[in-house]
Ligand binder design. Sequence first.
Ligand code: C2E
Ligand code: CA
Ligand code: CA
Ligand code: CA
Length: 276
Amino acid sequence: KSKEDRHIYITFAQNHFESDIRQNTLEQDLSYAQKKNELEVYYQPKLNIQKNVYNFEALLRWNHPKFGMILPNEFIPIAERNQSITSIGRWVLKQVCKDFQAFQEINKNISIAVNISPVQLNDPRFVQQIKEAVLEYSIEPKAIELEITENDLLNLDSAQKQFEELSYEGFSIVLDDFGTSYSSLNYLKELSVQKIKIDKSFIMNMDYYQKDYQIVQMIIKLAKNLDLEVTAEGVEKWKHIEMLSKMDCTEIQGYYLSKPLPLQDMLEKLKDNTMN
Ligand code: C2E
Ligand code: CA
Ligand code: CA
Ligand code: CA
């Protein structure tokens, strides 16, 4: 090997080594994060274009004492692997129920979406816990949306029953990241859902790429024919909003409206009406 090749190899190995160390550290620290109050729920608005009201999605953040803020794409997969997502998910749900009242004081009709990992569905107490949480805080189930990511961790058989019961109770079930899994259409066919959320990978460049535009248009048409609501995430430009409202999209979400913010900041923005 040339000297340069060796250098490249060593750098590569080092980077892998470092990221393994970080992963292991995070996995250990995550078991204390909840107790040490390091987890925080941020909120991002979603604008219902037809009703002209803002709803919100709860997005988890981890304020790590050493690494600073860590985003969920890094630690949720770890939590899914070691099952701690079950207790983290329960904490998020409880936090959202606590925060809900502050939103409702500003607007009675607000709903909040919570992300649910498919791994949480493996817990037989899952449905019961959600029902108890909203009961404890006197929240109507229809004000809570449950966003479930369609990926290979999602077990159709167990999801089917739980979605049916949750829909019956009045919760709104959303198929998240729609279009990104190998079996999107099969999930749509087999599961009882009220809404689909088109993944941002299709939205972000739909003003450049005819293919993306056509796919988005097709998904919105499909949703409409199935009498489902449809959200577009990753809306970063006015142009996207223009295109999406022509296509009869129900709801939009993205940096164009606002990034996810801590509770107090989001409440102020909502009160002052300073969203885009
Ligand atoms: P997601 O549910 O698909 O959420 C959308 C992600 O896209 C969020 O990233 C959001 O901040 C980001 N985003 C929103 N608008 C835009 C935009 O206009 N442009 C771009 N480039 N990005 C945008 P975030 O907050 O880092 O969350 C990542 C993923 O982590 C979420 O993807 C969700 O799958 C998962 N997640 C977040 N919170 C929770 C949670 O409490 N429980 C579980 N199980 N998963 C969570
Ligand atoms: Ca989501
Ligand atoms: Ca997504
Ligand atoms: Ca996702």
